[in-house]
Design a protein around this ligand. Structure first.
Ligand SMILES: [Fe+2]
Ligand SMILES: [Fe+2]
Length: 268
């Protein structure tokens, strides 16, 4: 993975300063997601070490991959003429709440949901964001790896639930539902800052989040989650709309995606 370097020698022409600022905001949000993923993965690895050292090693490698993304994004933000900026109020609230989660299954579930909205945003942006080779390359790396992180985190969640048992299934389901709503709503905040760059309208993004978050568990009945009915309704989705995607979240899916050179990256 370290051989995959960005070509930062190509100049870029912006339509306006607003477009450039929106790009900086978009990739700052990505940077924060990487940072949070890295920290949580390494933190959980410490607990998991006691009962499954191999799984702990996987968590560490996964965290390292997020660390590599963070490095790429730091360089990339410099190329945009930007930098890593302090978080806005919505993002700060999200990460503050997340930092309070203590139980490993809550942390893994939240991480899985963040990975899902991350990969969804990148896949949509691949189609609609400014068509520049360096931007495409950055988005392709993120899309490819975050799509792999989704089944990987489903696997982590299964293993953690098997080991810890669910202390309170209702509480975990409440986290899933509350976060599904909050993430769909967060699309509004991100539209204010990043839409001039990614060109994704609010209804498209919020609907895609709802669809992908719902899809996550349609193929994993054992985890006991059901897509949020009011949210599906709000975005004109039916439960049957969530069934038409093949196996994207099993351990087999993760294994198929492990060799990144073989992964075909598709826009949404
Ligand atoms: Fe990442
Ligand atoms: Fe990730």
């Amino acid at each position: 993975m370290y051989d995959d370097t960005l070509d930062l020698s190509q100049p870029i022409t912006w339509e306006s300063e607003e477009e450039r600022q929106a790009a900086i905001a978009f990739f700052n949000a990505a940077f924060r997601a990487e940072e949070s993923g890295l920290r949580q993965a390494h933190e959980i690895a410490g607990d998991v070490e006691k009962w499954d050292p191999e799984l702990a090693e996987t968590l560490r490698l996964y965290g390292d991959e997020e660390g590599w993304h963070r490095e790429l994004l730091t360089e990339f933000l410099g190329w945009l003429g930007g930098e890593v900026r302090p978080m806005g109020p919505t993002t700060t609230t999200f990460y503050k709440l997340y930092a309070r989660a203590k139980r490993p299954e809550t942390i893994v579930l939240v991480n899985l949901m963040f990975e899902t909205i991350g990969s969804t945003t990148y896949r949509l942006a691949l189609r609609t964001a400014k068509p520049h080779p360096t931007i495409r390359h950055m988005l392709t790396i993120l899309t490819r790896d975050e799509s792999f992180h989704v089944p990987l985190n489903v696997h982590f969640l299964r293993r953690v639930l098997e080991h810890e048992g669910v202390d309170s299934p209702l509480r975990l389901r409440a986290v899933y539902h509350a976060l599904s709503v909050a993430l769909a709503a967060s699309a509004a905040a991100s539209r204010r800052r990043a839409k001039k760059f990614d060109n994704i309208p609010f209804p498209t993004l919020a609907r895609a989040y709802t669809e992908q978050l719902g899809r996550l568990f349609v193929h994993a009945d054992d985890l006991g989650f059901e897509p949020s009915k009011p949210l599906l309704w709000a975005f004109g989705l039916r439960r049957s709309d969530l069934n038409d995607q093949g196996d994207l979240i099993s351990a087999d899916a993760a294994e198929r995606a492990a060799d990144r050179s073989q992964v075909i990256v598709e826009a949404l």
